[in-house]
Design a protein around this ligand. Structure first.
Ligand code: HEC
Ligand code: HEC
Length: 355
């Protein structure tokens, strides 16, 4: 009897000890916080409320963002249309190329400060950063894939198995986790270090021309392209002549209201010198052309034209030059070159490493 008791006790000790030894280490996450620059309004959305931002989630999101396997033929990662050097817009293309050489129907906007944007896409048709990728992933003009296929491809890659494990407690490779990780990456892309920002913080000065341009901007543009985000996040009609080849009713396609016909999201002007071309259909290839539109191109016959633009804007030749100088100060080199947002295997140029 005693022998049996001893054996049972020994067995228990062995079981408990092995459970102790093989217990998985606690799941460690490095929590990050979205930076809110001084003087900025609070973000309009709490994008990380149900998706805590962590270094592990960000790293996984970055790999997904740069991975062609999210598209049907492997050629169209998110980064194909959202290029870092162009503030995550598609540089130099009115429409972006997607699957089967199809073209998108709208110009790809830059991606930054998304926590301050309640409604995304030119018509505001997407209202949550976590569901946004479903549009490009499944759109036949863009990535043309299905979620089950993408997940199957990811599951085959041991690198993803460990990245999902690191980023999420249960480590499951599913669409929810994939979308959350992508949102952690895109939601972290911020722009607040342009020369304009440095002048505002007292670290730099405007030239005379930039200063004059800033005054003109405040007078003529700031109601809609409101600083510091350079958008008031509203939908407005700025009087573009309707594109007869590709008619786009804009905000109305979402709300169904005739009063929203030809209204589009006011885009941020941050980094605008590098997000060429401009407008929802990328019809203008220079900032000069944009200013000319406000001076003499506005179609004043449209019923939904914004009241601020009914009379077009009076801007002299000299004022146009100054306004351009100011717009160039909105370029944020730190964002364009930040290796945190570069492809995961990016190697810093040697010259930079010496410092
Ligand atoms: C083939 C080109 C293409 C690909 C690939 C692509 N996008 Fe886009 N993206 C666009 C276009 C075009 C828009 C504007 C759509 C609209 O307004 O209807 C857009 C809009 C967005 C927006 C909203 C930005 C805003 O200010 O409204 C986000 C966020 C975004 N894309 C993220 C992604 C992510 C994440 C992926 C990968 C899963 C991705 N995109 C893949 C072309 C692309
Ligand atoms: C009444 C509001 C309003 C005013 C005032 C206004 N804009 Fe705009 N702006 C818009 C809207 C709306 C769009 C997008 C239109 C579209 O694509 O259909 C836009 C687009 C732009 C774009 C294109 C950005 C991009 O990424 O495609 C630039 C650049 C621009 N505006 C500069 C200016 C400047 C400079 C001024 C002042 C001279 C100005 N805007 C005044 C509403 C306005």
């Amino acid at each position: 009897m005693l022998k049996i008791k001893i054996i049972i006790s020994l067995l228990l000790i062995v079981v408990m000890a092995s459970a102790f030894i093989y217990n998985e280490p606690p799941h460690k996450l490095t929590y990050l916080k979205l930076f809110i620059p001084r003087g900025w309004p609070k973000p309009t959305t709490d994008i990380f409320a149900t998706n805590p931002l962590t270094e592990e989630g960000f790293v996984l999101g970055r790999k997904l963002f740069y991975d062609g396997r999210l598209s049907k033929d492997g050629n169209f990662p998110c980064s194909g249309c959202h290029q870092q050097f162009a503030a995550f817009s598609t540089y130099g293309h009115d429409f972006s190329h997607g699957f089967n050489n199809n073209l998108t129907k709208r110009n790809a906007p830059g991606l930054f400060n998304l926590a301050w944007q309640k409604e995304m896409h030119w018509d505001g048709g997407v209202n949550h950063l976590e569901v946004q990728p479903l549009a490009p992933l499944t759109n036949l003009n863009e990535m043309a894939e299905t979620l089950p296929n993408v997940l199957q491809k990811l599951k085959k890659d041991t690198a993803y198995v460990s990245l999902f494990k690191a980023a999420f407690k249960d480590g499951v490779i599913n669409s929810q986790h994939m979308l959350k990780a992508l949102a952690q990456f895109t939601g972290s892309i911020q722009s607040y270090n342009s020369r304009y920002d440095k002048v505002k913080r007292g670290e730099d000065n405007f030239t005379i021309s930039e200063k004059l341009g800033y005054k003109i901007f405040l007078d003529k543009c700031n109601t809609c392209h409101k600083e510091p985000l350079f958008t008031d996040n509203s939908f407005r009609n700025n009087g573009l002549i309707v594109n007869s080849k590709l008619p786009d009713s804009g905000r109305m396609s979402i709300t169904g209201n005739l009063t929203d016909l030809y209204k589009f999201k006011v885009p941020s002007l941050r980094n605008c010198s590098i997000t060429i071309p401009y407008m929802h259909d990328g019809r203008m290839f220079s900032l000069s052309k944009v200013i000319d539109h406000y001076r003499k191109g506005i179609d004043t016959t449209q019923a939904t034209l914004d009241t601020l633009l009914k009379k077009r804007l009076i801007i002299s030749e000299q004022e146009r030059i100054d306004l351009l100088s100011f717009l160039y100060t909105l370029r944020d080199e730190d964002l364009l070159k930040d290796t945190r947002f570069a492809p995961p295997n990016y190697i810093q140029p040697a010259a930079k490493q010496e410092h």
